[in-house]
Ligand binder design. Structure first.
Ligand SMILES: [Cu+2]
Length: 248
């Protein structure tokens, strides 16, 4: 059967589509299961996650190479006994010290990342008081005189300016909840009488789902909210509309 020629003018389009599929598939695979983060902290955490995976892959590769080498090099060729040396001190020191060094390096990177992620800015651009309660959320912007809550049907929607440092002050009015926006790659509990705060910089515009990540009772599943990140002028306009009380 004669082959049907692919239309020439579609070839570049097909090449671009296949190329972008490969690139996006590749970048997804290189995140090792983590979502593509939209926060600065999330990007730091992703780097740590990827570094740990690459370190694991290197160790795994080395182990497999040594196993294959041993199997081939020292396979049984005759009935002679192999070397019966009882010890190899340098080798034993090497395989004791090397894992300790690996763990110490991973620990060092973890501490540095953790300090960066938990650091609080001296002057955040936006402050949002996040109040969790059974079974929803309320977001107060104390510097703006704006409060956002659910309208009883839709989850509450928080709007943030892109590129600003946002301070979330986390409070609960009953039990323990957890403030979690998966695309931020950051999660923090709301604990009675505990002053938990996090700073987040959203680095790209978009809209994402947030949820409570701590089982807090029967209707825990209802504790959803939305987060939207918009350019600064849109954010100011949104605040104005909220003050006028025309939308939720
Ligand atoms: Cu919950």
């Amino acid at each position: 059967m004669p082959s049907v020629p692919f239309p020439c003018r579609l070839r570049p389009l097909a090449a671009v589509s296949v190329g972008s599929l490969l690139v996006s598939g590749c970048s997804e695979a290189l995140r090792f299961g983590a979502p593509d983060p939209v926060s600065g902290d999330g990007r730091d955490i992703l780097q740590l996650w990827q570094g740990a995976h690459w370190a694991g892959a290197a160790v795994g590769g080395l182990i497999w190479a040594l196993v294959v080498f041993s199997v081939l090099r020292y396979r049984r060729r005759n009935d002679d006994l192999p070397s019966q040396s009882p010890e190899n001190i340098p080798l034993e020191i090497a395989y004791t010290v090397t894992p300790l060094v690996i763990v110490a390096v991973l620990f060092g990177f973890t501490v540095v990342t953790q300090q960066r992620v938990t650091a609080l800015s001296a002057e955040p651009d936006v402050v949002v008081d996040v109040v969790g309660f059974q079974w929803s959320w309320q977001f107060e912007y104390p510097d703006e005189g704006v409060t956002v809550a659910s309208d009883g049907v839709n989850p509450p929607r928080m709007v943030l300016p892109v590129g600003a440092t946002v301070r979330f002050r986390l409070e609960t009015s009953d039990v323990i909840h957890s403030f979690w926006v998966p695309k931020f790659l950051v999660k923090r509990d709301l604990i009675p009488n505990v002053d938990n705060q996090i700073d987040i910089e959203v680095v790209e515009a978009g809209q994402w789902v947030g949820r409570c990540a701590e089982f807090c009772g029967l209707d825990h599943y209802r504790m959803l909210f939305e987060v939207a990140a918009v350019p600064a002028d849109e954010y100011r306009a949104w605040l104005e509309v909220q003050r006028e009380g025309t939308v939720r």
